[in-house]
Ligand binder design. Structure first.
Ligand code: FAD
Length: 480
């Protein structure tokens, strides 16, 4: 197919590896069709800003059109918030953890041959005031907590009602149409009647599972990010055993030979001039100017206004509804050989700690080396720049984990911290209302990311990459 454009001829794509600024390959496990442009001063059919799930999905779903697509990534690696790292000999996820069933992330994973294991929780847990209670029944979990009787009773009833609501609004792990009305209610409304100690247990669990607080999270998405853990849902999460980043890496490897992905290329401005976009990027300390007929903005929502020059008021207003708070994670590898029960932990919310919850993505599984990896989600802690390399602060977090799980003392095999300025696009009723404006293109300037999707998460970002690719296909392709 050819493109409906009137641009100078495309430049040649002349090298064949993803390359970061220092010239190091950043990896293309699929081994096919990888490429990086060395000449950024060229014209393109499409420039995609950001090589996270949304940006890469956009390029992937356009791969058969022969379009000249340049994906510009500010960081030294692709995948955005799906970054995986090695910890004690296995991949761990420092950002996104799970592929949700029934979403585009699941279908893409299948299409791309990504290896997954089901998340099969058999327990739920709460830590409060020095007591960690993890059990298979909600009644047992609540019973062991050091809370006043009134709070225990209210908590047990609340969890029962959450389970009932979950069962009424989901089927085989997926949220059904029944839940549509819940999108306009927040969780806070459901918690208002709880006594303080019971409320803080649930508020912490909401934070741990969903980043936003109870005044932000819609009751619809509380089904996925709170209730599913309480009911031990068996059918809604998959764990990518080679790391969450394996998915964007596979996408990048299959984008097609006319797509170029350039890392260490930070876009500082995008502006329209005479029907073409001028994209200013800093690459290797030099300022480069690219032109493109179409630009796709696939960066976190809070960055958009600083990059796209002259966004209209309606877009700026909509972007205000797309809150994307920061978060810090700590993943700890520990040898659990001979320890009873701890490998069965799945989700433990932790009241009053630096982190709000601990997730073990492979509950019930002890690998041959005995090492289990627990990720602590510091969503209340927010963005903590520098913590990744700050041993003292990492040790403080590890110590807090050991207060929750004292049996792990002396068994820690390693820890990795990561911090995210923009973690997750909050699933709030107000963002839901703003979705049409968040999605709406401005001429040939398009918007794709977790923030333009109903569901947020990487699945939302992949879905939005697909949506924008369809839009571009209609614009740029003519039948052969
Ligand atoms: C701690 C944590 C836990 C999460 N858990 C899950 C989960 O379990 N499941 C799930 O599906 N999702 C989860 N998510 C959310 C998921 O990671 C995001 O929704 C998803 O990555 C969003 O994709 P995106 O492409 O919109 O943005 P991003 O992944 O943020 O990608 C945007 C890219 O743009 C680049 N960029 C930014 N500015 C510029 C610029 N000026 N020029 C060029 N490039 C730029 C960034 O470096 C980045 O690579 C989690 C996220 C975090 C942080």
């Amino acid at each position: 197919m050819s493109s409906k454009r009137n641009l100078p001829p495309n430049h040649c794509v002349i090298t064949y590896l993803f390359r970061n600024l220092s010239g190091l390959a950043v990896g293309n496990p699929s081994g096919d069709e990888s490429k990086v442009g060395t000449n950024l001063e060229a014209n393109h059919d499409v420039v995609v800003v950001g090589a996270g799930p949304a940006g890469l999905a956009t390029a992937y779903y356009l791969r058969d059109l022969g379009l000249d697509i340049q994906v510009l990534e500010a960081g030294s690696d692709i995948g955005g918030r799906t970054l995986s790292r090695d910890l004690a000999g296995a991949p761990v996820n420092t950002g996104a953890m799970f592929i949700y069933r029934g979403t585009r992330a699941e279908s893409l994973a299948a299409e791309l041959g990504i290896r997954t294991a089901p998340f099969h929780p058999g327990t739920y847990g709460v830590h409060v005031d020095g007591v960690t209670s993890v059990a298979s029944s909600t009644a047992e979990v609540v019973d062991a907590l050091p809370l006043p009787d009134e709070s225990k009773q209210a908590l047990a009833e609340f969890m029962e009602s959450v389970s009932r609501e979950y069962n009424a609004n989901t089927s085989e792990g997926a949220i059904t149409e029944n839940a549509a009305g819940l999108v306009n209610e927040t969780v806070a409304e459901r918690l208002a009647h709880l006594p303080g100690p019971a409320r803080s247990v649930i508020e912490t669990a909401v934070r741990g599972g969903a980043v936003g607080d109870a005044t932000q999270l819609s009751a619809k998405y509380a089904l996925r990010y709170l209730a599913s853990y309480i009911v031990h849902e068996q059918d809604n999460r998959l764990y990518p055993v080679d790391g969450m980043q394996s998915l964007p890496r596979a996408l990048a490897g299959r984008c097609g030979s006319t797509t170029t992905i350039t890392t260490n290329a930070r876009v500082s401005s995008v502006r329209e001039r005479d029907g073409l976009f001028e994209v200013l990027a800093d690459h290797g300390g030099e300022s480069k100017v690219l032109t493109a007929r179409h630009v796709v903005m696939a960066v976190p929502a809070p960055l958009l206004a600083g990059i796209s020059v002259g966004l209209p008021d309606w877009k700026l207003e909509a972007l205000k509804a797309a809150e994307t708070p920061g978060s810090t994670t700590l993943t700890v590898a520990a040898n659990v050989d001979g320890l009873e029960g701890i490998a069965d932990w799945s989700f433990v919310s932790t009241v009053g700690k630096k982190f709000d919850a601990i997730i073990n993505p492979l509950p019930g599984t002890v690998p041959p080396d005995g090492i289990v990896r627990f990720t602590c989600y510091g969503n209340s802690a927010g963005f903590l720049p520098g913590i990744e390399n700050d041993e003292a602060r990492i040790n403080e977090w590890v110590e807090e984990l050991l207060e929750v799980a004292p049996e792990l003392r002396g068994r820690i095999a390693g820890a990795v911290a990561a911090t995210w300025e923009h973690c997750f696009s909050v699933l709030s009723p107000k963002r839901n209302d703003a979705l049409p404006e968040l999605r709406r293109s401005i001429g040939n300037l398009h918007f794709a990311g977790d923030y333009t999707s109903e569901t947020a998460g990487s699945h939302g970002a992949y879905e939005e990459g697909h949506r924008v690719a369809q839009l571009l296909r209609a614009e740029l392709s003519v039948p052969a």
